[in-house]
Design a protein around this ligand. Structure first.
Ligand SMILES: Nc1ncnc2c1ncn2[C@@H]1O[C@H](COP(=O)(O)OP(=O)(O)OP(=O)(O)O)[C@@H](O)[C@H]1O
Ligand SMILES: Cc1ncc(CO)c(N)n1
Length: 270
């Protein structure tokens, strides 16, 4: 049997904690061969985003063609897509290459507030890409922008998940990381029929740069290896919890999570 292949279509974070770099590190740790299509180059570190340089559309199209003509990704994730035209392109190539198992991490703004998706692109994300998704993984502010509703409690997170499934994503995972003040973080997974709740202790740390990217990349790696959505999300949640817990202390601001932590624990190492 050939190796499971996972593809990320996202932006580059030179700091290595988010974006393409976080995705590839996560794929590697979970045993999936990593492929990447870069939509934008960012200049950023743990203090913030200093620059955003979108890759010309033709360059993104060519990367997608080069990938689709030779590789067989078993699952694909999207992260920072930046513009409506890139979203339309990804949707078109999705159909052309007949890929399956799309994980949409609807990346919109970086931790410090820098925009990673143009405002007018949100609608394109909803109409062009979401209907292809196996699972969409918004945090609370992203779920609010996708649905137009305000989300203040668990019931509203459930309602948002329902709406996202109604938009055409087979599953929705509305993450609870941004619900301030709670000791436990509850991520809500909806499959169109029932809810699953992933409950974890909130870790007090400032090193949470790229948590969303890493989580969705872990889901993608597990799907590429053949897991069900529930099994993939469960493993991915354990992966990100370990990555936040075993902090690396890199950088002077919001540092990256520890991509080594989960497998180290699996091997019984510290
Ligand atoms: N302090 C924390 N302790 C434990 N789990 C956390 C913490 N912060 C976030 N998480 C979890 O990590 C996952 C991703 O978090 P979040 O929803 O904050 O992603 P995000 O805002 O998309 O991240 P980013 O923008 O940095 O990529 C979720 O399962 C969330 O519950
Ligand atoms: C490139 C990139 N993608 C996603 C995020 C969100 O964490 C980020 N900070 N940078």
């Amino acid at each position: 049997m050939s190796m499971a292949q996972a593809l990320t279509i996202a932006g580059s974070d030179n700091g290595g904690g988010a974006g393409i770099q976080a995705d590839l590190k996560t794929f590697q740790e979970l045993g999936a061969y990593g492929l990447s299509v870069i939509t934008a180059v960012t200049a950023q570190n743990t203090l913030g985003v200093q620059g955003v340089y979108p890759v010309p559309l033709e360059g993104i199209a060519q990367q997608l063609d080069s990938t689709g003509e030779d590789f067989q990704p078993g699952a694909v994730k999207t992260g920072m897509l930046f513009s409506a035209e890139t979203i339309r392109l990804v949707s078109e190539k999705w159909r052309q290459f007949g890929w399956s198992n799309l994980v949409i991490d609807p990346v919109m703004v970086a931790k410090g507030g820098a925009p990673l998706l143009q405002q007018e692109a949100v609608q394109a994300l909803i109409t062009e890409l979401l209907p292809h998704a196996l699972i969409t993984t918004p945090n609370i502010p992203e779920a609010e922008l996708l649905t137009g509703m305000s989300i203040r409690n668990l019931a509203e997170r459930e309602e948002a998940a329902k709406q996202i499934v109604h938009m055409g994503s087979a599953y929705a995972l509305v993450k609870g990381g941004h619900a301030e003040g709670n000791e436990m973080i509850v991520d809500v997974l909806y499959d169109g029929t029932s809810f699953h709740y992933l409950e974890n202790v909130r870790i007090v740390t400032r090193h949470t740069h790229g948590t969303g990217c890493t989580y969705s990349a872990a889901i993608t790696a597990e799907l590429a290896k053949g897991s069900s959505v529930l099994a993939a999300v469960t493993t991915a949640r354990a992966f990100i919890q370990a990555a936040i817990e075993d902090e690396l202390g890199i950088g002077g601001g919001h540092g990256p999570t520890n991509h080594f932590a989960y497998q180290r624990r699996q091997r019984g190492e510290q």
